[in-house]
Write a protein that binds this ligand. Sequence first.
Ligand code: F6R
Length: 605
Amino acid sequence: MCGIIGCVGVRDSMGRLITGLENLEYRGYDSAGVAIQNGKGVEVYKRSGRVDELKKATPDKHAEIGIGHTRWSTHGPPTDDNAHPHTSTKEDVAVVHNGIIENYSDLRHKLEAKGHEFTSDTDTEVIPHLVQDFLDEGKDPETAFRETIKMLEGSYAIGCIVDNHGAVMATRQGSPLVLGVDDDAFYLASDVPAFLDYTDRVMYLEDGDVAIIRKGDLQLSDIEGVTVDRDVETVDWDPSETGKGSYDHYMLKEINTQPTALSNTIQGRADVENGQVNLEEFPPGTFEDIDSIHLVACGTSYHAAMYGSNMLSEGGVATTAFRASEYELHTNTIDENTLVIAVTQSGETADTLGAMRTAKEKGAEVVAVTNVVGSTAAREADQPLYIRAGPEIGVAATKTFSSQVVSLTMLSQRILDDLERGTPRGDMPEFLESLQRLPDDIERVLEHDDAKNIARRYSDAKSYFFIGRGTANAVALEGALKFKEITYEHAEGFAAGELKHGPLALITDRTPVFAVFTGDEEQDKKTLTNAQEAQTRGAPIIAIAPKDHPSLEFADEHLEVPSTNSAWAGLLANVQLQLVSYYAADQLSRPIDKPRNLAKSVTVE
Ligand code: F6R
């Protein structure tokens, strides 16, 4: 949700800022801008629309110091004026910001009363005006920056330049900010892919850190100027992973690289020989004192959490998956023996972080299942479990859902192993073998092109329904979310048994029903009955099931998945549904990687 970047030390900072913004565009793409220093004020270029528009408007200039921004609007529509960077009235301070300044209205009134003229509707604009105000009082740029930060309430990652100062100043509070360290340059960004082409050495800033970055010099301190140390870490993401390769869209690339992503997720964790899951982060005994388990997450990650909670509930452990934004209402059910598992790809989702903090205040043990090393969720949790899916750029989550499901299922097994009351799996060897086979099974799903054909055949439908039970219910909800998110067509996911309690009223011959089967005979029988109830009323039924499945006798269409352990059947079905959504959106020429009104990392509540 908004991406910020800064670059210090190389002559073509401008070019690197623009490349960085392209790599950060998944965080927001309503407008974009850059600012550089030139000794006669700061030079700002900004445009509503995509980074491509900014590129056209930016001269080929050399600058050794600059900041940039790609926006997901919160305050004010996506216009040129509301685009960042924002400047002070004298135009010698420029600021980029990700987050929300909660007390901006109050600050703005006070600044306007002092003669500051505002040109945007944004909360951000108060920041350069405040810096300017302190400069006018005679303070040096660094003191002016620190005094400004002290006045802000809310969440922020900020990059600021002051003309003739020769530095980028930056800080964070509740929004991500990472520094890239190279031999000849420093970078700052909301996320590592922004500068991964140039360096893999990173420093994750903590809330309250203030960075003053000059050519060849980096000073880190707290708000009062007391020096702080942060480790330089090396990230093992391959820069080629952040490109589209030969694919038309990141989403298609990310769907197709799920076998590799999952191999990484599983590597070293499925011990077939000894019949157990090994998670080095959670040695045996870690979960002995747990009474109940809560999973908290949003959107696709919530669907992964639903999927994960099934196994724990089946194993006899009280488990509930909550939408993170609703968790506040359930705080009375949390205590020291509650394990709270936060599921978040980015590790920066404000609602999920809020739920984690609530849980910690109540004394619960908090685990974060996340993709991003060093993310806020990873750092605030008692222990992170990394899903190792590699960078995901498409706004619609695909490979990270699969890696979350597998990570959560492995974690569930570890928890059940620790709890005496857990029901041991009767099929452990088969469960582990099928886990290891998963990357190959997904490869087999990807070899079919049935999804493309079905997406085309039903392209004039009025509404798309997705149904399933148990883990397949989570997949049905996920299938519908993906479909509506990238096609802009109406899609709904239901617990299969719920159709008859209302939604059947919407069924016509233009509401195709995608029925997800898990291979569990009893559940599948009921789901089939529910699908037939829709079919009787005219709906075409698309069964997602292995070949020879009983549903195929009745289904109008078939999306085939390999036969596997019921723990993974939903995951394979989901890959087919990802492909259906992708090809349906492609047929409609939608901007698949950047669906309207959305952003990948949602850092506001
Ligand atoms: C949908 C999607 C979103 C995210 C949600 C949570 O395709 O990507 O629904 O799943 O915003 O994001 P994370 O997992 O980063 O917490």
